[in-house]
Ligand binder design. Structure first.
Ligand SMILES: C[S@@+](CC[C@H](N)C(=O)[O-])C[C@H]1O[C@@H](n2cnc3c(N)ncnc32)[C@H](O)[C@@H]1O
Length: 219
């Protein structure tokens, strides 16, 4: 998958690319490219933002700057999906992640300041996604959330045991496989690990985990 991220802070992604699961699929199943709006701005002095028409607080990421960056990367309008990250977008769920991970090429647009000039959303992006009903200062964290969640769904991202489990449960669980985890000690301060996990009976353990997953995702 080719995953392109347009951002004002490409260096913010450095740590993400060094960690699993992204590091495990980089250069193989995942071709992650970072584009800085400032590298392509047609404006002088690396300008990318401007005051809003009609006045008001904050600066707005200019539509001509975003268009120039897309033009430089694709030589025209991209034929593939271009997702803008906005607090008002479609809420991110595991179902949305699965959908995005199925794309061969995907572009993520992030903004800062007061966000995008509305024409970016109307004419340059195909759709918009929010990572939750709250407002962050920029689209870098939302983009990283998406890159991480998508990378986990690519072949080879997870260890074989974990990935097998996720595959077998993901169709049934909108939130992905999610059950309680325990490790040693088996009893700490009188807080015991559920006995089934110590039983060595993998059929029973699987059944218990499925039940726990359903309980968690039910609400
Ligand atoms: C300070 S926010 C913009 C707030 C702006 N008033 C609005 O409501 O769109 C700056 C940028 O951060 C990103 N952002 C902030 N919160 C987000 C969220 N929950 N999901 C996705 N992107 C978000 C978007 O790229 C947004 O344009």
């Amino acid at each position: 998958m080719q995953l392109d991220v347009f951002t004002l802070i490409p260096q913010a992604f450095a740590w993400l690319t060094e960690q699993r699961p992204v590091a495990a699929v980089l250069g193989d199943e995942l071709d992650l490219r970072l584009f800085s709006y400032r590298d392509y701005t047609p404006l002088s002095g690396s300008q990318v933002d401007d005051e809003p028409y009609g006045g008001g607080a904050g600066m707005v990421l200019r539509v001509d700057v975003v268009a120039a960056a897309l033009e430089a990367a694709y030589g025209g309008s991209p034929a593939h999906r271009v997702v803008a990250l906005t607090p008002q977008g479609r809420q991110l769920t595991q179902e949305v992640v699965e959908e995005l991970a199925g794309e061969e090429r995907l572009t993520l647009l992030s903004a800062r300041f007061e966000g995008f000039d509305e024409r970016v959303l109307a004419h340059l992006a195909s759709d918009s996604i929010s990572i939750g009903p709250y407002v962050l200062s920029g689209g870098e964290l939302p983009a990283m959330v998406l890159v991480d969640a998508i990378a986990r769904r690519l072949p080879g991202a997870l260890g074989s045991a974990e990935s097998g489990l996720v595959e077998s449960f993901s169709a049934e669980l909108e939130g992905g496989l999610e059950y309680p985890h325990y490790t040693r000690p088996a009893n700490f301060r009188g807080w015991p690990v559920p006995a089934v996990l110590l039983s060595g009976d993998h059929a029973k353990i699987d059944e218990w985990r499925r039940r726990q997953s359903r309980l968690r995702t039910a609400g």
